[in-house]
Design a protein around this ligand. Structure first.
Ligand code: HEC
Length: 84
């Protein structure tokens, strides 16, 4: 399910202020509450190389199409505020 896979994403996408600490402070897009279609398109764009970012390029390589669908569905339905 999408929720278990999110442990791979939470380190960067689940922190208050939505910023990565490494390699430099960089604003990380908020995923919760985005449209599933948008999230699927973004993840596939990283996979195809159409879109590129050092943080995301390594991550998407390990995701199957099913993982992407699950993750997108999970984030699309999740509350986008602080974790309760
Ligand atoms: C090492 C940190 C890191 C990890 C881990 C990470 N991300 Fe990201 N993610 C980023 C950064 C930084 C960006 C912004 C990159 C850019 O500007 O293209 C991003 C962008 C995205 C985007 C595009 C959002 C948008 O609004 O365009 C999606 C979707 C996404 N990540 C999903 C995920 C998912 C799903 C996972 C877990 C499987 C994950 N990320 C794991 C750092 C990370």
């Amino acid at each position: 399910m999408g929720k278990t896979k999110t442990s791979m994403c939470a380190g960067c996408h689940g922190i208050p202020g939505w910023r990565t600490a490494y390699p430099s402070v960089y604003s990380v897009p908020k995923l919760g509450g985005q449209h599933a279609d948008y999230l699927v398109a973004a993840l596939k764009a990283y996979q195809s190389g159409e879109r590129s970012h050092p943080s995301m390029d390594g991550i998407v390589g390990s995701l199957s199409e099913q993982d992407i669908d699950d993750l997108a569905a999970y984030y699309a339905s999740s509350y986008s505020g602080p974790v309760k």
